[in-house]
Design a protein around this ligand. Structure first.
Ligand code: PGA
Length: 256
């Protein structure tokens, strides 16, 4: 499938790392090394409190700011939560939704993920929708069923005219933060499966344009091989996004 028809997106997921004072150096480094990147979209998904600094620091460069979560309602009595409207107003363009850590530690279900996707799209945020199987599920040979069900549930929230704004991130749970990366064949198989589900629902034209990332222990060494696969259009990067140099090396590896 022709990759030039879709955007490559390299997104850092800082998770719960970097206080605003610590974020300054990392943001300056990312701006210096990736601020002029033309061949792909570079995003840093920072903790909520780092958003204002990130938006200010990156405003004159090509790196966009993302959030790592949001609430599904527009506003109201939801103490401690952050809405899509707030993110948009603060200058955020992307939001990670349904990361496996949210599913695992905060009980997020496919139904909740779908509600959040609807809200994000309504607020003109691009959702990075995370899907992936556990090691147990892979060993049972049900990876494609599990990921397929997560993708179908997510797509119930996506009207056809907004389908191209959605990004999927295939993140095998067993590869996240473990240093155990999926082989490029494993990653390509599942990313291709995700695209085939999009194709069944919206047709070939839209499926060709949807960005599908791989995430899970992607680093400067393994990125080029993963990103050379026909159906892998970028990466969602945790650990390797916490220093400018390895993150920039992954951005460089996507230029192929
Ligand atoms: P990792 O995290 O790169 O540290 O494995 C990826 C993610 O959780 O998005």
């Amino acid at each position: 499938m022709n990759k030039t028809l879709r955007q490559t997106v390299i997104a850092g997921n800082w998770k719960m790392n970097k206080t605003p004072s610590e974020a300054r150096d990392l943001l300056d480094g990312v701006k210096k090394l990736c601020g002029k990147t033309k061949w792909c979209d570079v995003v840093v998904c920072v903790p909520y409190l780092d958003i204002p600094l990130a938006v200010r620091t990156l405003k004159d460069c090509r790196v966009s700011v993302g959030a790592q979560n949001m609430h599904q309602e527009a506003s109201g009595a939801f103490t401690g939560e952050i809405s899509a409207e707030m993110l948009r107003d603060a200058g955020v363009k992307y939001v990670i939704i349904g990361h496996s850590e949210r599913r695992q530690y905060f009980g997020e279900t496919d139904a909740l993920v779908a509600k959040k996707i609807t809200r994000a799209l309504d607020c003109d945020l691009r959702p990075i929708i995370c899907v992936g199987e556990t090691l147990e599920q892979r060993d049972m040979g049900i990876t494609l069923e599990i990921v397929g069900a997560q993708v179908k549930a997510a797509l119930t929230a996506v009207p056809e005219d907004k389908a191209r704004r959605v990004i999927f991130a295939y993140e095998p749970v067993w590869a996240i933060g473990t240093g155990r990366v999926a082989t490029s064949e494993q990653a390509a198989e599942v990313c291709g499966h995700i695209r085939s589900i999009v194709r069944k629902q919206y047709g070939a034209r839209i499926a060709r344009g949807v960005t599908v990332q791989y995430g899970g222990s992607m680093n400067a060494e393994n990125a080029r091989e993963l990103l050379s696969q026909a159906d892998i259009d970028g990466g969602l990067i945790g650990g390797a996004s916490l220093k400018p140099e390895p993150f920039a090396a992954i951005v460089d590896a996507s230029n192929q």
